[in-house]
Write a protein that binds this ligand. Structure first.
Ligand code: AMP
Ligand code: MG
Length: 408
């Protein structure tokens, strides 16, 4: 087969190629309601036209007053009105007076502080203020959080519940976000049986299907799983070409290494374009990425641990960048709780358990069950430990980069 494409490249080179392809394949922008925006990537900078708070208001339920009237405790003030949260009554407080007020209600003119209800004693139409009151006490000043003209959200930012409520508080009902790629998922192999069906000798249950579906769902995509691909080149080509017509990204697993039944690399080289094949990483070395028709084809290896590692480190990054996501994925540094040795040259993503020790330090324990078929080690872990390229030994306490498995 022709090999006029990058092969056996470094993990860094693979990342650069994916970034470049994604930057040239942006999916467009759509305007959607705030409640549908969670996890979406903002397509524009958001500038506030409003101040937050929009007006001086009370931070407590109590009485608005002039702090100069209550420099010492024990003063009595006449209640001249009530201002609740809602329409402003344009009340005014003169010396010796106060206005009953609730949290969020506009501060009457003349008042510069609020005394909490709990710090007063009601005596007829007056209150006695127990403690001295400072100017500005329990008052939220107009614009102290946001001023008109402030950039409150940035292009490329992933929208969190807090970001969305900020958008709502400056009056926006919807936001411009990047369209999410549509994703088709395929597993492949004559040995696969769905869970729930009895296995014949030599068969295994298809575990990658639900792995990929749920990894994608956890990242906010709505993957469509297609029937399992048999190890038959003509049927693989037909199904993938079909999917490539209707999806932005087609993700497969299996059939990408050097076995007799690994048809994908040659098929893609013949029918489409290979961006790269084989990355010097472990697990996941045979990963293949390219274009078929109008879709990007991301072919992950078949071993479940490889699917996991290549999805989290390469496929996810590609999907992120197709939406122009600028918010980085969380990377942490943790101290190793048992020694490690790596005898090969490739970048390695090892399974591990990350936790905070008693002194508040992040510690990571490598899972001893190595091997890209050992899915249980993934299920028992909560992070991938990044072991840089080159053979090396790390002692207890060495600091290593870790990628938490679950993150926004
Ligand atoms: P392949 O790359 O197709 O040679 O597959 C590599 C290994 O992963 C083989 O042991 C396959 O049986 C296994 N494998 C491939 N696809 C799946 C799948 N969907 N679920 C579980 N294991 C799989
Ligand atoms: Mg196979």
């Amino acid at each position: 087969m022709p090999t006029n494409f990058p092969t056996r490249i470094s993990f860094a080179e693979a990342g650069e190629i994916l970034e470049r392809v994604a930057a040239a394949s942006q999916l467009g922008i759509e305007k959607i309601a705030l409640s549908q925006c969670l996890g979406r990537v903002l397509a524009i900078d958001v500038i506030s036209t409003l101040a937050l708070p929009g007006f001086d208001n009370s931070a407590m339920d109590g009485f608005a007053l002039r702090s100069a009237d209550a420099v010492a405790g024990g003063v009595a003030l006449l209640i001249v009105g009530e201002q609740f949260a809602g329409a402003s009554l344009d009340l005014h407080v003169d010396a010796g007076q106060c206005v009953r007020i609730t949290t969020g209600a506009p501060l009457p003119t003349g008042a510069d502080a609020v005394v909490m209800k709990e710090d007063t004693v009601l005596e007829g139409d007056r209150i006695v203020v127990g403690k001295p009151i400072r100017p500005g006490q329990h008052v939220r000043r107009a614009g102290e959080d946001v001023s008109p003209g402030d950039k409150v959200l940035s292009r490329g930012q992933v929208l969190s519940p807090a970001a969305l409520s900020l958008a709502a508080s400056i009056g926006l009902p919807e936001l411009d976000v990047h369209r999410r790629p549509t994703v088709a998922v395929f597993t492949s192999g004559d040995e696969l049986k769905p869970p729930g069906q009895a296995l014949q000798p030599g068969e295994i249950h298809d575990s990658n299907r639900v792995l990929l579906q749920t990894l994608l769902r956890a990242d906010g995509y709505e993957p469509v799983a297609w029937p399992v691909l048999p190890d038959d080149p003509a049927r693989i080509a037909a199904a993938l070409t079909d999917a490539a017509f209707s999806f932005d990204v087609v993700i497969t697993c299996g059939g990408v290494s050097a076995g007799e039944k690994d048809f994908l690399p040659a098929m893609l080289a013949r029918l489409g374009e290979v961006y790269f094949w084989k990355v010097r990483m472990r697990p996941g070395m045979p990963v293949l990425v390219g274009r078929l028709g109008s879709a990007h084809l991301v072919c992950l290896p078949g071993n479940p641990v490889s699917v996991f590692a290549t999805y989290l480190t390469l496929a996810r990054r590609f999907l992120d960048r197709l939406q122009a996501r600028a918010t980085p994925r969380t990377r942490l540094v943790a101290s190793l709780s048992s020694p490690l040795e790596k005898t090969h040259d490739r970048l390695e993503f090892l399974r591990g358990s990350l936790a905070c020790n008693a002194s508040g330090q992040l510690q990571v324990a490598p899972n001893p069950a190595d091997g890209s078929h050992r899915l249980r080690a993934v299920a028992d872990s909560n992070c991938l430990i990044v072991l840089p390229e080159g053979a090396a030994r790390w002692e207890i306490g060495s600091l290593l980069e870790v990628l938490p498995m679950s993150q926004l």
